[in-house]
Design a protein around this ligand. Structure first.
Ligand SMILES: [Cu+2]
Length: 134
């Protein structure tokens, strides 16, 4: 075998590894995107729907899917982190408050109708979360 043949085999090997690596990255991202949409942060107790949002350098899950037509409350759960996601604005219900650094803030959002997603943002507009009511 001459040097050129060895070089071609070597390059083929490197390109193959690259394709496998990129494939894995894409697959990983798909899995992460699926995790962003959530319904298991929603609980109905005594006729009230509770939606739990974790506050920690943003709002998680970023997208929740909940039911319309039920009295609904948000539970904003803070985890001892101090960042601007503590400063919460929910325009549609005229809510603006700095959340406590650690604990749960319960926000009554009434009985949502199906339609446009319900949106919460930090006061600077960097972080947001939305809830779809179906
Ligand atoms: Cu912010």
């Amino acid at each position: 075998m001459n040097k050129n043949a060895l070089l071609i085999i070597f390059l083929g090997f490197i390109i193959g590894l690259g394709i496998i690596f990129i494939g894995n990255l894409r697959w990983g991202n798909d899995v992460n995107n699926k995790k962003e949409e959530n319904t298991n942060n929603i609980e109905i107790k005594d006729g009230v729907q509770y939606i739990t949002i974790n506050v920690k350098g943003g709002y998680f899950p970023k997208i929740s899917n909940a039911k319309s037509g039920i009295p609904t409350k948000l539970i904003m759960k803070t985890n001892g982190y101090y960042d601007c996601s503590l400063s919460l604005v929910i325009k549609s219900i005229g809510y603006r408050k700095v959340l406590p650094t650690k604990g749960e803030e319960i926000i009554d959002i009434g009985t949502p109708l199906p339609g446009a997603p319900f949106l919460g943002v930090c006061s600077m507009g960097m972080y947001s979360f939305s809830v779809n009511f179906n």
